[in-house]
Design a protein around this ligand. Sequence first.
Ligand SMILES: [Ca+2]
Ligand SMILES: [Ca+2]
Ligand SMILES: [Ca+2]
Ligand SMILES: [Zn+2]
Length: 360
Amino acid sequence: MTRRTHRTRNLVLASTITLAAAALSVPSAGAAKAPGPQANPATTTGTARIFMVNPVQSTGDQSLTDDKDSAAAVPQSAYALAPLRNLDGSGYLRGTWVTVASATGTPAYSPSEDFRYDRSQDQFEQVMAYFWVNRAQEYLQSLGFGSTFPGIVKQQFEVKVDQYGGDNSYQTDKPFRIRLGKGGVDDAEDAEVIVHEYGHAVHASQVPGFGASEEAGSIGEAWGDYFGVSVGLDAADEFHWPVKADPACPMDWDSTSYTDAPHCIRSFSAGLTVADKIGEVHFDGQIWSQALWEIRNDYVGLRKSARDWDRTLVLSQFRYAPDTSFSAAAKATYETALQQDGAKVAKAVKDRFAARGITF
Ligand SMILES: [Ca+2]
Ligand SMILES: [Ca+2]
Ligand SMILES: [Ca+2]
Ligand SMILES: [Zn+2]
């Protein structure tokens, strides 16, 4: 079954989201020996030319537009070269954690594993999809998922780029797969869209059938937005990429097609509480994502780190019921924070949820 989309305007789908049981069982802890990006001797590392998350975030230029997918619409300075890891050596975008299974246009192919394209070329989106799904999996592993803790989507993940004509992306969990659309700005030109969709697979991997209530669906959308932002900021930090837009902004580039500047598909500071719910998962998700973002900042302020929070948050998600309520999920998150990180940050977790009207 399909899992809807990151678009706020799909209001009608709010109460109809269901998820089939995930085909994947969670691998047992200890399946991998070392956390973090793993140098698998059976794989090769290539070179990718990618956006530094997305061109609005990295340049700060809110006036950038798609301009019919033209190469000239985005400055060269918005691109960076980065290692493309865990490739299978075939010269195609196939690897341990992701495979670009089919795509609009000729599949990217480089015997020397050197994948440099511009945004007007279909292969650019293919490279972005490979890089960012691999990166998201590496990020989870760097937090201990797949070593200290159970693995999450720890398998080859299939991405189809631009096959879907609308300005929409979606994720399915039988098998795990995302499709990235080509409406407006090509969805795979924005890392935060790619990782958002992969975020749905994270939930489905952790809790088969997750998303079976409106509030669970809202948590899924919120997590996707938060995960996209967090994975992007982690990469920006590692590679010293500029972040010249509000870091708390998901999908700055994709949303240039359908929002006013400053472009963000949704907000982590909307100030919504449960009293403002409208029964639409993307909108209502902003209640949850604001808490996630504020807790992240609290962790940093309390001498923990964003990575500590992300580890605790993901760990807590194993404890969410498929049809969880905000309240039950917040309680599970609080209890996980208390176990993992101590009373001081756990209190911050409780307080930030309470400020959104989520109590337990
Ligand atoms: Ca493109
Ligand atoms: Ca788009
Ligand atoms: Ca962003
Ligand atoms: Zn979504």
